[in-house]
Design a protein around this ligand. Structure first.
Ligand SMILES: [Zn+2]
Length: 199
């Protein structure tokens, strides 16, 4: 029985590690790479290398950035006194695409999920508390996902910031409970932001 060469086996193994990719799909992707022009295949390799070498987390808000501080944090036109707390950079992108939010962000890089062993210490909560304590924010908007875990993360944060003279709000429930920010459409996100309520 013919076998793949070691290089092909390695490529299939790497593809099979990707989320949602099974053995069969991994083989299909490997065949695709073998078939396409060298330039195209190497462009994929370069894109992966560039992302890993150039993209990091913003030192202020933990958004993805190619500089020490991200574009949003550097933009003087953003409202400096409103801070929106999201779980992941992709949630930040979804809110940006809604086009209604003009303030700053803080990305938690996760949510409190005891069943998965993710506690407050694994998130960027210390940095958030420090930022709010030192900054001149008048409002912190909780834009964690409307799931049990997102809600309990928001509650944890509101307790963390309870002694500070700021208003804490939560996105309105335009988004169906259990759905995720990144999949909500622009209009719904815009409504959820405009209709935000006291936490
Ligand atoms: Zn930033």
């Amino acid at each position: 029985m013919p076998e793949f060469t070691q290089s092909v086996v390695d490529l299939i193994d790497e593809f099979a590690k990707l989320p949602g990719i099974g053995k069969k799909s991994a083989e299909r992707l490997a065949y695709h790479v073998l078939r396409v022009h060298r330039t195209e295949a190497l462009a994929l390799a370069d894109a992966i290398r560039n992302v890993k070498e150039n993209v990091r987390y913003c030192s202020r808000c933990y958004n993805l950035s190619e500089a020490e501080v991200c574009e949003i944090c550097r933009d003087p036109k953003r409202q400096q006194e409103v801070l929106c707390v999201v779980e992941q950079p992709r949630d930040l992108m979804a809110l940006e695409q809604s086009g209604v939010y003009q303030g700053l962000y803080h990305v938690l890089l996760g949510r409190i999920a005891p069943l998965e062993g993710i506690g407050p210490a694994q998130l960027t909560l210390d940095a958030l508390a420090e930022r709010v304590r030192r900054g001149s924010f008048r409002e912190v908007i909780m834009a964690t996902n409307p799931t049990v875990e997102g809600d309990s993360t928001a509650l944890h944060i509101s307790n963390l910031l309870a002694d500070l003279p700021i208003q804490i709000t939560r996105l309105a429930r335009g988004i169906t409970t259990g759905s995720v920010l990144e999949f909500a459409n622009k209009e719904i996100l815009a409504d959820a932001l405009t209709g935000r309520q006291e936490f």
